[in-house]
Design a binder for this molecule. Structure first.
Ligand SMILES: C[S@@+](CC[C@H](N)C(=O)[O-])C[C@H]1O[C@@H](n2cnc3c(N)ncnc32)[C@H](O)[C@@H]1O
Length: 185
């Protein structure tokens, strides 16, 4: 990632922290109303975790979580949230540029892999590979479907094609957003 992009993300997260953000743990968007699909604990990976609200939510449900983001301010906010909720020991935070793939230490296998509001098709194969048998993939990306074109947006059917080897549990594509819930066989 270019240094200016990294600084832009970090400045954005730092500004939210400086404004006194009150982050709260929350499920990934694609899982809302479908929490019954979540495995009963195990290991989880949150890719481009941002301020760690999803990582914290998973940790509160007993998962041991690896959470990865390029922004120091984001992972600091996540670590503070996890400490505040008494689950600090269940989350490992990785400040890492996902342009280089996943950190080597995040080898899995994971019972849950989450990636929301971050899209890098080059990572799709490794996200599937890191799933344990029966593991759940939870993805949300911006899409061209129902919105304007853009180079950061998924093309129609992109998630279904990229994760065809998995069993699709739920897929939506509308209003500029695509999401996928899928399980490894
Ligand atoms: C729109 S935010 C989404 C954060 C979180 N997943 C959520 O849903 O709240 C995108 C995140 O991706 C991170 N990011 C962007 N490019 C990255 C890269 N190359 N490597 C690691 N993290 C990156 C940013 O720092 C930011 O926290």
């Amino acid at each position: 990632m270019a240094a200016e992009d990294r600084e832009r993300w970090d400045a954005r997260h730092a500004a939210v922290s400086a404004a006194g953000a009150s982050d709260v743990p929350m499920p990934p968007d694609a899982l809302r109303g479908r929490e019954h699909l979540l495995p009963n604990g195990g290991r989880a990976l949150d890719v481009a975790c941002g301020r760690g609200t999803v990582a914290g939510w998973l940790a509160e449900r007993g998962f041991v979580v690896d959470a990865v983001d390029i922004s120091e301010a984001a992972v600091a906010a996540g670590a503070a949230l996890a400490a505040d909720r008494g689950v600090a020991e269940r989350v490992r935070w990785w400040r890492y540029d996902l342009d280089a793939g996943l950190p080597g230490a995040c080898a899995g296998p994971y019972d849950v892999v989450v990636c929301q509001r971050f899209r890098d098709p080059a990572l799709y194969p490794v996200l599937a590979q890191r799933l344990a048998p029966g593991g759940l993939l939870v993805l949300t990306v911006q899409s061209v479907v129902g919105d304007e074109p853009g180079r950061f947006r998924a093309s129609p059917g992109e998630l279904l094609a990229a994760f065809a080897e998995l069993t699709t549990l739920h897929h939506t594509e509308s209003d500029g957003q695509a999401s996928l819930l899928a399980r490894r066989r």
